[in-house]
Ligand binder design. Structure first.
Ligand code: FDA
Ligand code: NAD
Length: 434
């Protein structure tokens, strides 16, 4: 079994790893010093593409088109880029054991990797219905989406089940993005989720009402307030029916499940301090263990703006946290300091012709503004969240890049808002003045 040593190792080869690699290069990492170890077979890519362009029926996005760091307008880092910089991309390699005391990682094939500094960037994995013991949940064509292999399986199944019926389980990000793209593939789509409205961890009832009606107008059927409790399959083991808790039974040729994710921290259990389900870090993404950093989905970090510690499962943070950690590593080597991470939460989604962005915190009272008729040709509406007399969060559907910048500024500056009726009337004009 081989043993290799590197000054820096990143375990995980997703979004954070790609943005970290670019920052290592900016900071002047020397050839041979850095390795990225990833269980995926391809160089880091922009994961959000998998639930959007990758599944389009025509003109679908494919690698190398969406390697990092193209998602934020940067140069695409192709495998040749890593080779040119002397960064080892160790792909199709799952780390199955990590010993932080001896600074050693061991792969499934039994190879050993030693490091001086480690960045944990293992991201999240999907929650599976089999984890909850749902009857028949291991039937064929019950699919999940996290990695490119999952997306390839979806593409194959969409082809095999042309014009078939899809049931989407879950009304969060995956549920909303996948039901739209499945509809674009001309499949018959039904969404099922337990809550009274979709995306309840961010949307208010008002915001959700727009998307639910828009989706319904596109032909997506929505069943709320119940869950899938079992699946029936045919003689080939392929899913055929979804049994709901309320007694209904839905026909299905494909089931896509998006019922949440879990950060991949298992390798490090008992070796590093954890909080809120993630690995606890400081404002430089340093963990409780010297020379070990954690970034992206796995990090529970100080959210300076809200005097709180949080974990964020979104791409903007995975990029920025990776850059911050690498800057901090180089600064500490040079005996310098850098500013603390001061993150303004930013989430976004796209489906059909829709596109929204959200900045800040969705707490307090919410007001809605603008044209939120799902029948409008170009709906443009938003929401502000107001807490203790200040605007702390802002959402905008259909905004231009200037308008999105304006709502970001509102969430950052947190201007006073005394009269919610006036604010609702002013809407986007209020943001433009800040
Ligand atoms: P990420 O999941 O990107 O990478 C983790 C990597 O580690 C993977 O390559 C994995 O294989 C590897 N790994 C894990 N364990 C390992 C081990 N033991 N050994 C070796 N390798 C290991 N966000 C957003 O803001 N807007 C959006 O539109 C979307 N869209 C979106 C679509 C889909 C389909 C998903 C799944 C997610 C999104 N997201 C998103 C969320 C966003 O993609 C996510 O927050 C980031 O990818 C997190 O980056 P990380 O680098 O932390 O993990
Ligand atoms: P999510 O947390 O956004 O949504 C999960 C949904 O499933 C919720 O509505 C939840 O109540 C529902 N649910 C839970 N149990 C259920 C059950 N038994 N039956 C039916 N519904 C059930 O998680 P997700 O949509 O699975 O996304 C997974 C990960 O991928 C997250 O980290 C997410 O942030 C990320 N992601 C983000 C984006 C984006 O930011 N645009 C897009 C895709 C994925």
């Amino acid at each position: 079994m081989a043993e290799k040593s590197f000054k820096y190792v990143i375990v995980g080869g997703g979004v954070s790893a790609g943005y970290a690699a670019r920052e290592f290069a900016n900071q002047g990492v020397k050839k041979g010093e850095l390795a990225i170890i990833s269980k995926e077979a391809v160089a880091p890519y922009e994961r959000p593409a998998l639930s959007k362009g990758y599944l389009f029926p025509e003109g679908a996005a494919r690698l190398p088109g969406f390697h990092t760091c193209v998602g934020s307008g940067g140069e695409k880092l192709l495998p040749e880029w890593y080779a040119d910089k002397g960064i080892s991309l160790i792909l199709s390699t799952e780390i199955v054991k990590a010993d932080l005391a001896s600074k050693t990682l061991v792969s499934a094939a039994g190879d050993t990797f030693k490091y001086e500094s480690l960045i944990i960037a293992t991201g999240s994995t999907v929650l599976r219905l089999t984890d909850f013991g749902v009857q028949g949940a291991d039937s064929k064509n019950i699919l999940y989406l996290r990695e490119i292999d999952d997306a390839d399986k979806l593409v194959e199944t969409i082809k095999a089940k042309k014009n078939g019926k899809v049931v989407i389980v879950g009304g969060g990000y995956i549920g909303l993005e996948l039901s739209a793209v499945m509809k674009l593939n001309n499949l018959d789509v039904t969404m099922v989720y337990p809550e009274p409205w979709c995306m309840p961890r961010l949307f208010t009832a008002n915001i959700a009402a727009f998307y639910e009606e828009y989706y319904t107008n596109k032909g997506v059927q929505i069943i709320k307030g119940t869950v899938a409790v079992g699946f029936n399959s045919n003689d080939n083991g392929e899913v055929k029916e979804v049994k709901l808790k309320d007694g209904r039974v839905l026909e299905a040729d494909i089931v896509v499940v998006g019922v949440g994710a879990r950060p991949l921290t298992t390798l490090f259990k008992g070796q590093v301090e954890e909080d809120k389900g993630g690995i606890k870090t400081d404002a430089f993404f340093k963990t409780s263990v010297a020379n070990v950093y954690a970034v992206g989905d796995v990090a529970t970090f100080p959210m300076k703006m809200y005097n709180d510690i949080r974990r964020v499962e979104h791409v903007d943070h995975s990029r920025k946290s990776a850059e911050q950690a690498v800057k901090a590593i180089f600064a500490s080597e040079q005996g310098k300091t850098i500013d603390e991470y001061d993150y303004l939460p930013m989430f976004y989604s796209r489906s059909f012709n829709l596109s929204w962005q959200f900045y800040g915190d969705n707490v307090g009272d919410a007001v809605i503004f603008g044209d939120n008729s799902p029948k409008s040709e170009n709906p443009k509406f938003g929401s502000y969240w107001i807490k203790d007399g200040k605007i702390v969060g802002a959402f905008l559907e259909g905004g231009s890049s200037e308008e999105n910048k304006a709502i970001a500024k509102v969430a950052k500056v947190q201007p006073a808002a005394d009269n919610l009726d006036v604010l609702a009337k002013e809407g986007l004009a209020f943001a433009s003045k800040i």
